[in-house]
Write a protein that binds this ligand. Structure first.
Ligand SMILES: Nc1ncnc2c1ncn2[C@@H]1O[C@H](COP(=O)(O)OP(=O)(O)OP(=O)(O)O)[C@@H](O)[C@H]1O
Ligand SMILES: [Mg+2]
Length: 427
């Protein structure tokens, strides 16, 4: 349908929708929409279209989509002031944006990145929001240089990323901190003038504050942008010293996303990064496996395997022993009682993890080259324990040296079906 927009108004578009500009002048978070350009608004996302000059757009609204024309500007006025201040700092500038879930962090990052690009600064963005990352697949920290303005950070392809394997930072804090520090250094070494870091929305409570403070301290930045809704950031900001803090408001018309919408957005992102995937086989002996009981050790000595089999009353189809523990893979039809397991652990005096054939199906995997550069993601389809080979569905075509198992399980349509610690070192 055609829609006429009056000058100096904002059209809020809730996806799934597409907008094509037919005439007039419109911008999205600082990026100009070109005539005949097709803007896609994903389901679960809202984009504000600022009408600079009376415009006509062709709108296609999907199921559940809607539009709302408002008299306000597209972004809070403090966003402009913050951007001006940040751009005037000595280069290189590193800005970290913090705020709770649905506070407008990603929209502000997009706006800030666009403002920097328009000033011809060598601009980059690192997305450290594992659950709602727009740069890089879900469960990674990804970065991209931004060559031209963008309406949605999702348009950017990650140039590099660090695989974490979880959509929440709470169990993976050190991995995020190390990954983010490493990417920040790479971006600055590559000559970035202006780096914007987006973070996750976990800010409330003592554990979250401690994590954010550690992140800020370890990564180091020129300024912090605090996206306030109430006083939820006070415990973090009160403990922050020697760093410039800019307070900005959340947009007023926020449409919170529920868990399902968040999952759906991740699903779109898995699809983007799995494009062109095919099933490939990796032999246990060709690749290393990081942070996992699988591939960490060697076969059990014959006598130890006999004892293990007797105590479990079944012979594992695969077993492995390392300093961290013993991994025993059983046929699906077998069962082991807690008592048996405890006896086995007491006997071997180490942790014993019993898993069942097929438990691994759907596990998200990160693939790396021999220099530990992230190559892409994949989904573990199955492990052939007899042939000692793994079948992984992945678009990665370069030589893979290391596999990192995540905790997320995906079905064939890339829907998240649950969490699994099947190969985790933490038994
Ligand atoms: N300038 C704006 N005008 C109106 N609404 C906006 C604007 N910016 C953001 N929003 C609304 O706020 C929602 C959240 O914005 P955004 O995705 O930027 O927040 P976030 O803090 O990154 O969220 P998350 O924690 O999910 O990553 C958007 O879907 C949209 O509904
Ligand atoms: Mg976000």
């Amino acid at each position: 349908m055609k829609h006429v927009l009056d000058e100096r108004k904002t059209l809020l578009v809730d996806g799934p929708a597409s907008v094509c500009l037919l005439s007039g002048e419109v911008s999205v978070l600082g990026a100009t929409l070109e005539i005949e350009e097709n803007l896609i608004v994903r389901e679960g996302k809202r984009l504000p279209l600022w009408v600079k000059q009376r415009a006509t757009v062709e709108l296609m609204l999907g199921e559940g989509a809607c539009i709302n024309e408002v008299d306000e500007g597209d972004v809070p006025s403090l966003w402009n002031e913050a951007a001006t201040q940040l751009l005037s700092l000595d280069k290189p500038v590193t800005v970290m944006v913090i705020g709770k879930v649905d506070s407008g962090k990603t929209s502000f990052c997009t706006f800030l990145v666009n403002t920097a690009v328009m000033q011809n600064l060598k601009t980059a963005v690192v997305d450290a929001d594992l659950g709602q990352s727009d740069v890089g697949p879900p469960s990674t920290v990804g970065f991209a240089f931004v060559e031209k303005t963008v309406k949605d950070l999702f348009e950017l392809d990650a140039q590099c990323a660090v695989f974490v394997g979880s959509t929440s930072p709470s169990g993976a804090m050190s991995k995020v901190i190390d990954g983010l520090s490493c990417l920040k250094n790479r971006v600055l070494d590559a000559g970035a003038d202006f780096l914007v870091i987006n973070t996750d929305g976990w800010v409330e409570g003592e554990e979250a504050s401690t994590y954010k403070l550690r992140l800020l301290e370890m990564v180091g930045c020129s300024a912090v942008v605090a996206m306030h809704q109430g006083n939820e950031l006070t415990p973090i900001l009160d403990s922050l010293h020697n760093v410039k803090v800019l307070d900005v408001d959340s947009p007023q018309l926020i449409e919170p996303r529920n868990r399902e919408k968040r999952k759906l957005l991740r699903e779109l992102s898995y699809k983007k990064y799995m494009k062109g995937a095919k099933t490939q086989s990796f032999s246990f002996s060709w690749v290393k496996v990081r942070d996992s009981l699988l591939g960490a050790g060697g076969p059990l000595h014959r006598k130890r395997l006999e004892t293990l089999s007797n105590m479990l009353r079944t012979r594992p189809i695969y077993s492995e022993e390392s300093v961290d523990g013993i991994l025993a893979v059983l046929k699906r039809s077998e069962t082991v009682t807690e008592k048996q397991l405890k006896d086995v652990e007491d006997y071997f005096r180490k942790r014993v993890k019993v898993i069942y054939e097929g438990d691994e199906a759907g596990l998200l995997v990160g693939l790396e080259d021999e220099e530990n550069n992230f190559l892409g993601i994949g989904v573990l389809r199955e492990v052939d324990y007899k042939r000692k080979a793994m079948k992984i569905y992945t678009p990665v075509s370069k030589k893979v040296s290391t596999l990192c198992f995540g905790q997320i399980k995906l079905n064939k349509n890339f829907k998240e079906t649950g969490l699994s610690t099947v190969y985790s070192v933490n038994l």
